[in-house]
Design a protein around this ligand. Structure first.
Ligand code: WT7
Length: 634
């Protein structure tokens, strides 16, 4: 069994051990798992070349640690509880043994279609149990899964399919999200037509609407499963064989396919899940994240299932049929731990207390947040009205790149402070550096957050581009992993995440590169150029503010351009990347060397009309006044 810390003293003691002897610490944790062959040595690493290898030479299959390891005691325990979008549809429960059978059958389906160890399988599905089955079947046979969030457009999906070199795509006819039906298959078709690699598609029936099936390429999930065998031997994997690729945004336009490997990711997600949430046998745990993002991978699927937990997944949205939906689910399924994003909390808070009438919430023990900084007002609302002053809040800081939670309280153990992620977890060595790379020692300091030593869950590379991996994370501060976040360490040594310090914005917990949005906007034939920045938004955390240079207008005028820019962004990326504000400008504040002075645009987006600092190096300082004037009308 993975050890669970239960006191503050225990944390301090274990933390010290984990940083003075990291390899001893992690090999001890790893002993709790089932390995076909143990490691020769624990860790090889060199941050200068971005190389990390955990549990060198060890062999395993991660799914044996979910199924074979738990079946004897937990065969009849629910592994997944699935709550559908429409509350009048019946929910589904899959026990560990039922899930195991489905996973093995689907593993046989994939093998039957020629998928082998190392092949990439892309998954573009709504939040249905088959999504979990698909992930685990890939892991069972050693295929590398790449889930693409079902809110991405055909263009974005196609780009990711191509980059990953996916052979097969698992998708569905459509999906339900609140009152909407999403035409998933149509988007998938457009994407498959765009890329050259996908030769086979498996289509799940979810909405039942009629869709075209391409002969020889598309197969119905239910047809294939009918004839599939119930047992499938697990493929033996090396500890460092890739488990999945997950795309995320960076400061350039091209999304990065982060690669996570098998042994280290398994150990890290299971250990952090159990300790942060203080999960106990028989608890029902509910993570509201979509499996299309890392939170869903690590803390809806892998961490919980590796821990033998009951993990609840929800297909819908928090505000449909009404804004009490989360609370109804918590009461209906007697949820003990609930993990969601600050955006969801803020939007529900804004809708008022009526939605909490007649909700018990008495089973809740632990509340979690992730994805963006949580402001104090939202923290208190969550604590008082959802947790009824009884449940500790774990504000968990981590990233797609880190694979698992890095800085966070352990529920009920670490004393919390609103809006603080508090303390590093075991084995995590946070460092704060200034602009020049000098490490800031002691407390009451603020700077850029780096991590000084490897941990098992970290990403190993960017798919097909190791050089970019090194340049993005390991060259800004040589010898350290750079997170891209600003951070403060207060007088008590507590960490508070201040937000991104690079050209990445965090909209409702979704990470978007400003360059990515600019590229989409610039595709518009009437746009000469554009600059995108984030601004403080009461619900979304950050909103998207686009400054767009247009010198020609079509018949629709400015309004027409705004609308078609929105359309262009939806088509290129997805509806969630649509700008909140678009300001048409005659030019951008550029230095003589042609660099856009973003700090000015940031200030204007925040409503400032003066104090822009030194603007004498601008090619045309007058442009600033014009933009300030125009901003009032946006
Ligand atoms: C970025 C990573 C990791 C799961 C979801 C997002 C921000 C994440 C927190 C937090 C303040 C946070 C950071 C980070 N972030 N958690 N608890 N407090 N900021 O994953 O899409 O890879 O984004 O989200 O800026 O760098 P992601």
């Amino acid at each position: 069994m993975v050890p669970k810390i239960s006191t503050l003293g225990g944390y301090i003691f274990e933390y010290q051990k984990s940083v003075t002897n990291p390899t001893g610490f992690w090999s001890n944790i790893a002993e709790s798992f089932y390995w076909r062959k143990k490691w020769d040595h624990v860790l090889d690493w060199d941050f200068r070349s971005g190389y990390t290898n955990w549990f060198h030479g060890a062999k395993l299959n991660l799914t044996e640690n979910i199924f074979e390891r738990h079946l004897f005691f937990r065969g009849n325990q629910p592994a997944i509880i699935w709550e559908p979008n429409d509350p009048s549809e019946t929910h589904r429960t899959l026990t560990y043994s039922e899930l195991f059978t489905e996973v093995q059958r689907f593993s046989n389906v994939l093998k039957g279609l020629g998928i082998k160890k190392g092949d990439r399988v892309a998954i573009y599905l709504p939040m249905v149990p088959e999504l979990v089955i698909a992930l685990l079947a890939c892991a069972r046979i050693g295929a590398v899964h790449s889930v693409i969030f079902a809110g991405f457009s055909a263009q974005s999906l196609g780009e990711r399919l191509q980059d990953a070199g996916a052979k097969l795509l698992i998708t569905s006819d459509g999906g339900f999200r609140g009152s909407k039906t999403i035409p998933i298959k149509q988007i998938a078709d457009d994407a498959m037509n765009m890329c050259k690699c996908v030769s086979t598609a498996i289509v799940l029936k979810r909405t039942g609407e009629s869709i075209p099936m391409v002969d020889g390429r598309d197969h119905w999930y239910h047809d294939l499963m009918k004839d599939a065998g119930d047992t499938c031997e697990a493929e033996e994997m090396d500890s460092e064989d890739p488990l999945f690729i997950l795309y995320t945004s960076g400061s350039t336009g091209k999304p990065k396919g982060l690669v996570h490997t098998t042994g280290g990711y398994m150990v890290y997600t299971a250990y952090t899940f159990k300790n942060v949430f203080q999960y106990g046998d028989g608890d029902v745990y509910f993570c509201s994240a979509d499996i299309g993002w890392i939170t869903g991978h690590s803390y809806l699927v892998y961490g919980p299932l590796l821990s033998g937990a009951t993990s609840l997944m929800f297909e819908g949205v928090p505000t449909w049929p009404d804004a009490g939906r989360f609370w109804d689910i918590i009461d209906k399924h007697k949820v003990n731990q609930f993990y969601t994003a600050p955006t969801a909390i803020r939007s529900l808070m804004a809708l008022g207390m009526d939605w909490l009438q007649n909700k018990s919430l008495a089973t809740l023990k632990v509340l979690g947040t992730v994805g963006e900084p949580i402001n104090e007002a939202a923290w208190h609302w969550y604590h008082d009205h959802i947790g009824k002053n009884r449940c500790p809040i774990v504000d968990t800081w981590w990233q797609t790149e880190t694979g698992g939670i890095m800085i966070s309280p352990m529920a009920g153990i670490t004393p919390t402070k609103p809006s603080y992620a508090t303390m590093p977890l075991m084995g995590i060595q946070p460092m704060i550096v200034d602009q020049n790379g000098k490490q800031l020692m002691g407390n009451s300091v603020e700077g850029n957050l780096c991590i000084g030593y490897p941990w098992p869950g970290m990403a190993r590379t960017i798919w097909g581009d190791h050089e970019r991996f090194v340049n993005t994370y390991f060259t800004t501060y040589p010898g350290l992993y750079f997170t891209g976040d600003g951070v403060k360490r207060d007088e008590d040594g507590y960490y508070r995440i201040l937000g991104r310090v690079d050209d990445v914005i965090n909209v409702s917990g979704h990470r978007l590169g400003t360059a990515e949005i600019e590229n989409a906007i610039n595709e518009h034939p009437l746009v000469d150029e554009s600059a995108v920045v984030g601004f403080s938004h009461p619900i979304k955390g950050q909103g998207i503010y686009a400054y767009v240079v247009c010198t020609h207008f079509s018949t629709g005028g400015e309004e027409g351009i705004r609308n078609s820019i929105m359309m262009a962004v939806s088509t290129m990326i997805g509806p969630f990347a649509k700008p909140d504000k678009i300001q048409i400008v005659t030019g951008l504040p550029k230095t003589r060397s042609g660099k856009i002075m973003r700090r000015i645009l940031l200030k204007i987006a925040e409503g400032k009309t003066s104090e822009f600092g030194d603007i004498t190096t601008l090619l045309d300082p007058e442009i600033v006044n014009d933009i300030v004037k125009g901003a009032k009308e946006v």
